[in-house]
Structure formats: C-alpha cells, structure tokens
Ligand binder design. Structure first.
Ligand SMILES: C[S@@+](CC[C@H](N)C(=O)[O-])C[C@H]1O[C@@H](n2cnc3c(N)ncnc32)[C@H](O)[C@@H]1O
Length: 356
C-alpha cells in the first residue's frame, strides 16, 4: 500500500530499554506473544487528502486498511493494557466539509474488535496554521482546524490508570476559591457541591482537552538531522502527548509499543521515563534520523525536556463573545461560499471592522 514499503524487518538500533525496528509493523507484531504489551501509543498515517511523503491511505479505504493492525493490537495487549491512538480529521476533497473516517474507525475498533473507549481526548495544538486556506482565510466560511482526536481504547473496561500522574496546577480562579472558601450548595444542574470541594489537594485533575503547541524548532533531533543531512520526519507529535499517556497508563519497566513510530518520539519518552519500548517504522530514512534521539549523552536528553512549571505555559482560551458587538457584523455568504471570485473580489462591506 505504501509505495516505499520494504519487506524486511530488522532491529535498527537498540538501547538497554528499547529497540527501533525497521519494517512493516504487521510483520513485526505477528511475532509478538498474546497479552504481552502494556500500552500501544501511536499516531498512524492519517486519511488525508494531501499526501505526506510517507504515503497515506485515503479516508474511504482507511477503516479497511486498519483492520489487520487492529487484530494484532487487540491480541498483543494485556487485559489491563491500553491502546492510545492520536488521529487527525480530514477535509473532503474540494468541499468545506469534514470526512468522518476517524469516527468510523473508532466505531469499527469497538464494535468489530471489542475495544472499549476508555475516554476520548482532544489535543488542541494552539500553533496550528489556519488551513485549509481556501475555506478558512480566503472564503472565511470555516474556522481553524486545530484539534486531533486521541482515542484511549482498552481491551477490558478496566485498564490500569491513575489520573494522579497527570495532575496540573490549579487555575488562578480555583486558587482564589480555595483561599476565599466555597459555600457548599446544590448547583442548578442538580450536582451537589459538598464542602470537600474546598480541600486543597495541591493540584487539579486535568480535563480531556490537552493543549500542546507543536512547535519544536531547536531540538537535539532537529540539529542531528541537520548535521547529518537527514530529512526530519514531517509529522512528529510533541513529546508531551505520548508522555501524558505513558505516565498515566504505565509503570516504569512496562512495555510500550509504537507501531507507526516515525521519528520515535514515543521511544525517546520511554527511554527517559524508564519504560521498555519498541518503535516500528517502515522507512529506513526515518529510522536513521530517529537515531538522533538516542545517540547522545544523558545530559543532552535531560536538557531537551521542557520544564514548564511557570504560569506562562498556561493557555488561556478566550470565551466566545469578547469581540461580539451589537451590530449585524459581516454579511453571511448566502451560497455558503460556493462562488469565490465574484463575492470575495468585491470591496469589503462598509461595516467591516479592522480587527478580525
Ligand atoms: C504520522 S507518522 C508517525 C509520527 C510519529 N508519531 C512522530 O512523532 O515522529 C506515521 C508513520 O508510520 C509509518 N508507517 C506507515 N505504515 C507503516 C507500517 N505498516 N509499519 C510501520 N510503520 C509504518 C510511516 O512511514 C510514518 O513514518
């Protein structure tokens, strides 16, 4: 299916904790025993309209393509193991409408393979560009697509997990509430907020929205690629994403597998946090570049971990309405933006505001 597919699979690099295996994960995982893996943490090629260098399956063939992988994933997971899948949505070619392949994939995984949806997560990348430009910045009929869905699946309803591993600092308003005190009462929603709400537990339980900008620009990995004239992987996820689930769902010493490893971010996080790991990547050029995550001194690894404890690493999401005004605003495109040049070549209407 992928053009540059190479039939052989081989250990490309080994550390005391893990291995980069170059090859097709279908073949590699076939050799794995049943019930042997604690976490499958991965981001497969998405069903995109615009092809990536490493090849992508089209959205309408995606679910079928994934089935062979799903069978292995389910088989090799331990009963209390988890399968975390980061997958972006896609636009339908030529239309300002979204493809629903990643939802179909989720339904297929649960209904055909018996996975459970332990929880759905949403990774918000605040640094995402406003694309597709045609719908977002030219015709102005859609907003920026900045969320990936992250399906946390499990083999039984009871995967091992602890949210205490991924606590976050209290928000300034919660801190204030803890200082001033909260009067126990029933909310209009019917929820009874007891005085236990006043207890300062030191940190907050996070929501299932994870905010991480994907802005790596000066990492050891990138410098290694530059120095060795290697092309960096074009679709890397930020280390905090796998780290969140690795911390919440595994213990040090557990086994984590990434069957679509790309630049082996998953392996790098496991190496740093003491988990065993296997990263399987089809293309040798990505394996070569991934070496840059492992062939370095431990101090370098420690340096590359971003410690973001200060408040500037908070994302504030503006409530809708800050820029809403009483006037009518820009006219809507009555045809849904179907005609581009005729409508948008015109001078902007008089009531257009400067700040958009
Ligand atoms: C979205 S990328 C993963 C990026 C990775 N999470 C990172 O942060 O670097 C998906 C990767 O899966 C690889 N791939 C596709 N089919 C594969 C297969 N059958 N076996 C192993 N790797 C495969 C592609 O070559 C590509 O590098």
């Amino acid at each position: 299916m992928l053009k540059k597919k190479q039939p052989i699979s081989d250990v490309f690099h080994e550390t005391s904790l893990g291995q980069i295996v170059q090859g097709d994960s279908l073949e590699v995982l076939a050799a794995y025993p049943d019930d042997s893996v604690d976490l499958i943490m991965t981001s497969p090629p998405f069903g995109l309209v615009r092809k990536k260098d490493y090849g992508n399956v089209e959205a309408d063939k995606y679910v079928e393509w994934f089935k062979a992988f799903a069978a292995h994933f389910h088989r090799i997971l331990k009963a209390n193991g988890s399968f975390v899948l980061d997958i972006g949505g896609a636009w339908n070619k030529g239309y300002p409408t979204r493809n629903i392949y990643h939802f179909k994939l989720l339904v297929m995984l649960c209904e055909e393979f018996g996975f459970y949806l332990a929880q759905d997560f949403y990774w918000w990348n605040p640094s995402k560009l406003p694309t597709p430009a045609e719908w977002v910045t030219v015709r102005r009929i859609r907003v920026k697509d900045a969320i990936n869905t992250v399906w946390w699946l499990s083999k039984t309803p009871w995967p091992k997990a602890s949210n205490r591993r991924v606590l976050q600092p209290y928000s300034p308003s919660m801190r204030e509430l803890l200082v001033k005190g909260y009067r126990a009462k029933k909310r209009p929603s019917g929820h009874d907020i007891s005085d236990k709400f006043n207890i300062d537990n030191g940190a907050a339980i996070p929501p299932n929205l994870i905010a991480i900008p994907n802005t790596e620009s000066n990492s050891f990995y990138l410098r290694y690629c530059e120095k060795n004239n290697l092309k960096p992987h074009p679709a890397r996820y930020p280390a905090e994403l796998p780290e969140y689930f690795i911390r919440m769902l595994t213990e040090p010493g557990d086994l984590v597998v990434d069957p679509f490893a790309g630049s082996c971010v998953t392996g790098e996080v496991c190496e740093r946090t003491g988990r065993h790991w296997v990263c399987v990547e089809l293309l040798s050029e990505y394996c070569e570049a991934a070496l840059g995550r492992f062939v370095r001194e431990p101090e370098e690894t420690a340096k590359s971990v971003r410690k973001s404890k200060d408040l500037s690493s908070y994302y504030r999401v503006p409530r809708p309405g800050i820029l809403w005004h009483e006037d009518r605003g820009d006219p809507l495109s009555e045809d849904g933006g179907k005609e581009r040049a005729r409508k948008f070549g015109k001078k902007p209407p008089k009531n257009r505001r400067k700040h958009r």
